[in-house]
Write a protein that binds this ligand. Structure first.
Ligand SMILES: *Cc1c(COP(=O)(O)O)cnc(C)c1O
Length: 423
């Protein structure tokens, strides 16, 4: 078997940057990326037979760990019966019913092949339903890579936003307004200015793409109130948080009812998926009933749904979430003194955790930018060297799965403590 280095060298000649998703290139942490050959439970093994405790979990889908036997079996059985038909298949209403029953705000759901498609559709649907164009998003929240979302805040709140990628025409982002997370006054100001033009506000109810940032008390409630008062739709992007913190979305826990919700990651059990769901009267604006167009060759794919349905069936046992909470608490308790002593901070919620390489717990993207990236990168490489794979950027969250046993977490904890005392 070729080494990671050899594979990366070949890949760089054939694939832009050698990767099919930019963060995998290790460009933010430096060094060369590893190539993973296999995964089992909490462990991934690279092409050189080196094992790592995995805290990246494929960026979130693997709440059951790698190659969970029942999920693998569901994929096997389903694929033996045919991989795709491009017709309706029996798994579609099964998955739709699971989602509708799990998340009260969702009366109807449309399945897609990625989270990006789900948010893209949510935006189009909100625009079609409200007959308005503007969207408000929060700085540091990630909603996939559709044009309208790839936007940074401009210099002032109401000045034009700046695209965060080349290749995006100004027109595509003119209607995107970016406000800081956890700052309700900014949102109010934007609504004062653009009142009847705002189709929707989209938010990750727990921000999971700038480390982990929790909403302040009452913040999401205020967003709900403002959107309702202004007849704008509220979209919860629960691609990460869906089925991660409880059986359902974070909205089940915070008891807020968004108009639309996007899902992905966990509901596909590790295969490509996305979903958009919400109120019936809004969802029925989608074609073929309504005139908001959306489609997908592999949407509702039977094999992906088999993996997702099996995953959700297992997650229905709510003791799983209790066990994950206990496991992460024990794990964090074992490292938190060392984190604080080293001058850093942390956040853990459900089975997600993040160590911030700064003293404070960030409340928004600007705070997050105070992290000492150089330190994070040293930490990342120390862990990698010593058999832990965490997400290769300070701005990413880490995950544990039900396969992360106490023994695994104790081992990780002792490596992390040693690391914190040395870097
Ligand atoms: C991962 C993610 C997406 C995009 O999903 P893809 O399947 O990668 O297209 C959208 N929103 C959030 C919050 C995500 O974390």
């Amino acid at each position: 078997m070729a080494s990671s280095k050899e594979l990366f060298d070949i890949s760089k000649k054939l694939i832009p940057g050698g990767v099919n998703s930019p963060v995998r290139s290790f460009s933010s942490v430096g060094g060369e990326p590893i190539y993973i050959e296999s995964g089992k439970g909490p462990i991934i093994t690279d092409v050189e037979d080196k094992e790592y405790i995995d805290f990246c979990a494929s960026w979130g889908p693997l709440i059951l760990g790698h190659a969970h036997p029942e999920v693998v079996n569901a994929i096997k059985e389903s694929s033996e019966k045919g991989i795709t038909f491009g017709t309706n298949c029996p798994n579609e209403p099964i998955m739709a019913e699971l989602i509708v029953n799990a998340i009260p705000s969702i009366e109807k759901v449309r399945l897609t092949t990625s989270g990006t498609e789900a948010t893209m559709t949510a935006l189009r649907l909100a625009r079609g339903y409200t007959k308005r164009n503007k969207m408000v998003k929060f700085e540091g929240c990630y909603h996939g890579h559709a044009d309208a979302f790839l936007v940074n805040a401009g210099s002032g709140l109401l000045t034009n936003s700046i695209s965060s990628s080349e290749g995006i025409p100004e027109n595509a982002i003119n209607d995107t307004i970016v406000v800081p997370f956890n700052d309700i006054e900014s949102l109010k100001e934007v609504f004062n200015q653009y009142k009847e033009e705002i189709a929707c506000v989209i938010v990750e109810p727990i921000a999971g793409n700038m480390g982990i940032i929790k909403p302040n008390d009452g913040y999401l409630e205020s967003i709900r109130e403002i959107t309702k008062d202004n007849k704008s739709l509220l979209i919860f992007d629960e691609v990460i948080t869906g089925f991660r913190l409880c059986y359902g979305g974070y909205q089940n826990l915070c008891k807020i009812t968004p108009d639309l919700t996007t899902l992905g990651k966990i509901i596909g059990g590790g295969l490509p998926i996305g979903a958009i769901g919400g109120r019936k009267d809004i969802m029925d604006f989608l074609s073929p009933i309504g005139n908001v167009y959306q489609a997908g060759t592999l949407s509702g794919n039977p094999v992906a749904l088999a993996a997702g349905i099996q995953t959700l069936e297992i997650l229905k046992d709510s003791s799983i979430y209790d066990k994950l909470n206990i496991a992460i608490n024990v794990f964090i308790d074992s490292i938190k003194d060392d984190i604080l002593k080293a001058g850093y901070n942390y956040q853990a919620i459900g089975s997600m955790f993040c160590i911030y390489f700064q003293e404070n717990v960030p409340k928004n993207l600007t705070d997050m930018q105070n992290c000492n990236i150089d330190r994070f990168n040293k930490y990342f490489h120390y862990l990698l060297e010593n058999g832990i794979y965490c997400s290769p950027s300070q701005y990413e969250t880490n995950f544990i799965s039900i396969a992360h046993s106490n023994t695994t977490l104790e081992k990780a904890s002792s490596i992390i403590r040693k690391c914190l005392s040395q870097i």
